[in-house]
Design a protein. Structure first.
Length: 99
């Protein structure tokens, strides 16, 4: 799975409109995407800084499916949009489930 952690945008309302109205519809068109989850971070339970604004997880059957999805036209469009809209400090991680 791919976990994307977005830092706080300058204008949250405008950013959410783009994210939910443009970015996620692009992402959900990627071939091989099984499902997605996204939500805004409500609180930092450990008492630390609330570094991230939104966390999104994209699920794929395996690393090959993820690679193929991002190599597709839809994946390239999603990646290009990410580059233009992700606030500085946002991060992407590939997470493999433990056996």
């Amino acid at each position: 799975k791919l976990v994307v952690m977005y830092t706080h945008p300058e204008n949250p309302e405008e950013w959410d409109q783009h994210y939910l109205g443009v970015h996620m519809p692009l992402a959900t068109k990627m071939p091989g995407l099984d499902r997605t989850e996204t939500g805004r971070v409500a609180t930092a339970l450990d008492g630390g800084d609330q570094t991230y604004y939104r966390i999104t997880t994209l699920y794929f059957a395996d690393d090959a499916a993820l690679g193929s999805a991002f190599g597709s036209e839809e994946g390239q469009a999603t990646a290009a949009d990410y580059q233009g809209m992700a606030p500085a400090g946002s991060r992407m991680f590939i997470v493999n489930e433990d056996a």
